[in-house]
Design a binder for this molecule. Sequence first.
Ligand code: OAD
Length: 266
Amino acid sequence: MSNFPNVAIREARAMIQDAQRIVVLTGAGMSAESGVPTFRDAQTGLWEKYSPEELATPEAMYNRPDLVWSWMLHQARVMRSVEPHDGHRMLGSWQRELVDGGGALNIVTQNIDDLHERGGSDVLAHLHGTTFTFRCFECQAPSDYRLEDPTDEQLQATPTLDQLKLEEPPACGVCSHGFIRPNIVMFGELLPQHAMDDALEAVREADVAIVVGTSNIVQPAATLPIAASAAGALVIEINPHMTPLSQDADLYIPGTAGTILPELYP
Ligand code: OAD
């Protein structure tokens, strides 16, 4: 138990103390304290420095497979090299406890890393896919390509686009004329089958929705807290900066995932 002297924390604990069904909706801010850059934070956000059109669309990958593959590989290596923080681990413990007691803690994430899983949680839905599995860009056949553990040299090169060491994506082993890509959702693509359905079901049956580290502007993920609220869930938002959701949330807690989540452990 904690003596954290924050009214918002106490209020949040009161809101979750009898909840049996929790849904946790996470975005890039959830991984930030592990060392994965977010997309839209001033100075450090990836889309503050680079253009999604150049790096994160199917058209970009078709036109410059070497550039987009090398960029995505670099991102994946960074994600592979970092560790879950106390917020991830808290969710893992809380999920086990709720499930053992007949309840549920469903995690729905926009993140393509595996920090929730390595922090001990099962993830219900990776809305934007995952960066550690691959398929053919052309024929869509799953690939058995595995990302090797990154070397220090690969990690220390924090490249700008100009400095990126370009690698060609491996060829597809099935159709032989395509190349492989990670199973992530690029701009303009549909979400993975079932991910949004599973997420909507989880928010509709939740007593409480905890929204952590997302700017709440990318659709359709941004509709999930609204759907949760419409279905009767209390919505708690954790984010150091206010978002379009903050005014409408039942409780907004200004703070980071790594510091606030552990304080909520019932
Ligand atoms: P954004 O980069 O848009 O927003 C990150 C949010 O995390 C911001 O609101 C920050 O204030 C907050 N934040 C930063 N550090 C935090 C911390 N330590 N603890 C808690 N919150 C923190 O990221 P997303 O909302 O996840 O899509 O972006 C949504 C999607 O846009 C991503 O999944 C990605 C991107 O383009 C695809 O790749 C398809």
